[in-house]
Design a protein around this ligand. Structure first.
Ligand code: ASP
Ligand code: MG
Length: 458
C-alpha cells in the first residue's frame, strides 16, 4: 500500500484507539502495550486513545443508580471519566515496563475542549500542546478517551457512550495524523452483521459517506459522531482487530487528497475493491452492477400513524412542529393519498422507541387543534437499509431490492431513499430474513462464512 512507502520517507504520526474489550484485563492491557510498542519501533509517533476496561462504564452507571435515583450530571461525568483514567495509567505502566517512555493524559490535560453539556458534550476545540511536547521528547502518548473539559464551567465532561472513537478522531485531526486506527474485537466493517448473516464479507474500503449511512441505520462498529468528525476534518480511519494483524477496513473521504490513493469519482475505488471482494466479475460487472457497500438493520424504532388528518395546507407543518418540540429524532415520513370521499389522509413516521411515548403524549394534547381522528403506535417494526455510493446512478437497485423481498414473501410497509441509501420498514419478525435475502440478491455473500469472535464489536 502507498502508505508504507510513505512511511519510509517521513515519520508518520499514528493515532490508535483501543476499545473496552481490547483492554478488559491485565493480560489484554499487556498485549495492547506490545502492539503499541511495535508501532513505535517501526519509527512512528504514536498517540493512543483508550476506553475504560471492559464493562467498567456500565458498572459505574449501575453504581450511580444505586446511590441516587437521578444522579447529578456533573458528578456522573466525574464518575464515568474515572474509567478511562484507570485504563490510561495501566496502559502507560505496561508500556514503560517494556522499556519505552509512555505518558498518560486526561482529556483536559490533552486539551480536549468541549461545550458544557454533561453526558453528551461536543468537542469545540482541541489544543494538544502537552501531547505535542511529549511526542517531541520521544514519548508514546496515551489519552483517556470519552472525556473533555469546559472552559466556562471548568468542569469535566463526557462525550456520550462510545465517545472514545470521537476522542481518537479529534486527536488525529488536531495532530494531523496520517491515519487513525480504531482497534476493536471484530476484523473491520462487514457488509452486514456477521452474527446475523454468516456469509457477510469484510469490506476493504468504504467511503465516509457510506459509513455514515450504515452507522445511522444500525451498524454498531463505529459511532456516528466519530465518522462525522472524521469526514469533516479529512481523517482517514482504519478499523481493525486488536486480536490479529490483518488489514481491516479503510474509511476514507474520496474528495480528500489522502494517503491511500488519488481521489476518484465518489466511491468508485471502494466499489472496485468490493467487486473483487464479493467475487463480482470484472469492470463490465462494475458498470452494470451497482456496487453496494452493505446492509444494516435496526429494531430500535417504532411507527406512529396520525389517522384522519385533514388534507389541507399546513397540517403536516403543524404535526411536525409538535413533534420537533419534543426533541425526538424522526426518521421516515410517509403521507398517504387522501380518500376523495372524506378529504382525510394518514401520516406515518418512524422514531426511536425510546421517544415514542413522549411524542404520543405531545400529539394527543393537540388533537382537537390539529383535527386528526386517532393515533396508532406500532413498535413491532424493523428497518432495513441498503447502502452504496454506486446506487446514485442506478435505477435498478430499488427494483432488485423489492423483488428480493417479494420472493421471500416479505411485505414492505414504508420506503424511503437518499442518494446512496434505500430503506424499507417490515414487520420486526421478518427483518433478519429480509437481511439475508437482500444480502444474497445483491451478490454480497462471501464464499466462506465470516469468523465471528465472541466480541461485541466495541
Ligand atoms: N467507556 C465509554 C463507553 O463505554 C466510552 C467508550 O468506550 O468509547 O461508552
Ligand atoms: Mg466502553
Amino acid at each position: 500500500m502507498q502508505q508504507r512507502s510513505k512511511q519510509e520517507y517521513h515519520v508518520s504520526l499514528i493515532v490508535q484507539k483501543f476499545g473496552g474489550s481490547s483492554v478488559a484485563d491485565a493480560e489484554s492491557i499487556k498485549r495492547v502495550a506490545k502492539r503499541i510498542v511495535e508501532t513505535r519501533k517501526a519509527g512512528n509517533e504514536v498517540v493512543v486513545a483508550v476506553s475504560a476496561m471492559g464493562d467498567t462504564t456500565d458498572e459505574l452507571l449501575d453504581l450511580a443508580g444505586q446511590v441516587a435515583p437521578i444522579p447529578a450530571p456533573r458528578e456522573m461525568d466525574m464518575l464515568l471519566s474515572a474509567g478511562e483514567r484507570i485504563s490510561m495509567a495501566l496502559l502507560a505502566m505496561a508500556i514503560e515496563s517494556l522499556g519505552h517512555d509512555a505518558r498518560s493524559f486526561t482529556g483536559s490535560q490533552a486539551g480536549m475542549i468541549t461545550d458544557a453539556t454533561h453526558g453528551s458534550a461536543r468537542i469545540v476545540d482541541v489544543t494538544p500542546v502537552r501531547l505535542r511536547e511529549a511526542l517531541d521528547e520521544g514519548a508514546i502518548v496515551i489519552v483517556a478517551g470519552f472525556q473533555g473539559f469546559n472552559r466556562d464551567t471548568k468542569d469535566i465532561t463526557t462525550l456520550g457512550r462510545g465517545g472514545s472513537d470521537t476522542t481518537a478522531v479529534a486527536l488525529a485531526a488536531a495532530l494531523k495524523a496520517d491515519v487513525c486506527e480504531i482497534y476493536t474485537d471484530v476484523d473491520g466493517i462487514f457488509s452486514a452483521d456477521p452474527r446475523l448473516v454468516p456469509k457477510a464479507h469484510k469490506i476493504d474500503r468504504i467511503t465516509s459517506e457510506e459509513m455514515l449511512e450504515l452507522a445511522a441505520n444500525g451498524a454498531k462498529v463505529l459511532y456516528i459522531r466519530a465518522v462525522e468528525y472524521a469526514r469533516r476534518h479529512g481523517v482517514t480511519l482504519h478499523v481493525r482487530s486488536s486480536f490479529n494483524n490483518n488489514e481491516g477496513t479503510i474509511v476514507y473521504n474520496p474528495t480528500d487528497a489522502e494517503p491511500f490513493g488519488p481521489a476518484t469519482v465518489a466511491g468508485s475505488q471502494a466499489q472496485a475493491a468490493r467487486a473483487a471482494d464479493a467475487g463480482q466479475e470484472g469492470s463490465e460487472g462494475a458498470v452494470e452492477e451497482p456496487m453496494i457497500a452493505g446492509v444494516a438493520t435496526d429494531l430500535s424504532e417504532a411507527k406512529i400513524t396520525v389517522v384522519g388528518v385533514p388534507d389541507i395546507p399546513g397540517k403536516a407543518a403543524q404535526i411536525f412542529t409538535i413533534v420537533a418540540k419534543t426533541g425526538a429524532n424522526i426518521d421516515m415520513i410517509v403521507q398517504n393519498v387522501s380518500a376523495a370521499s372524506t378529504g382525510l389522509t394518514d401520516i406515518s413516521f418512524t422514531l426511536p422507541k425510546s421517544e415514542g411515548q413522549l411524542v404520543l403524549t405531545a400529539l394527543r394534547a393537540e388533537q382537537s387543534d390539529v383535527g386528526f381522528t386517532a393515533l396508532q403506535y406500532d413498535d413491532q417494526i424493523g428497518k432495513l437499509a441498503l447502502v452504496g455510493a454506486g446506487m446514485r446512478t442506478n435505477a435498478g437497485v430499488s427494483a432488485k431490492l423489492f423483488t428480493a423481498l417479494f420472493e421471500a414473501g416479505i411485505n414492505i410497509e414504508m420506503i424511503s431513499t437518499s442518494e446512496i441509501r434505500i430503506s424499507v420498514v417490515t414487520r420486526a419478525d421478518t427483518i433478519n430474513d429480509a437481511l439475508r435475502v437482500v444480502h444474497t440478491a445483491f451478490g454480497l455473500d462471501a464464499a466462506e462464512e465470516a469468523v465471528v469472535h465472541a466480541g461485541t464489536g466495541r
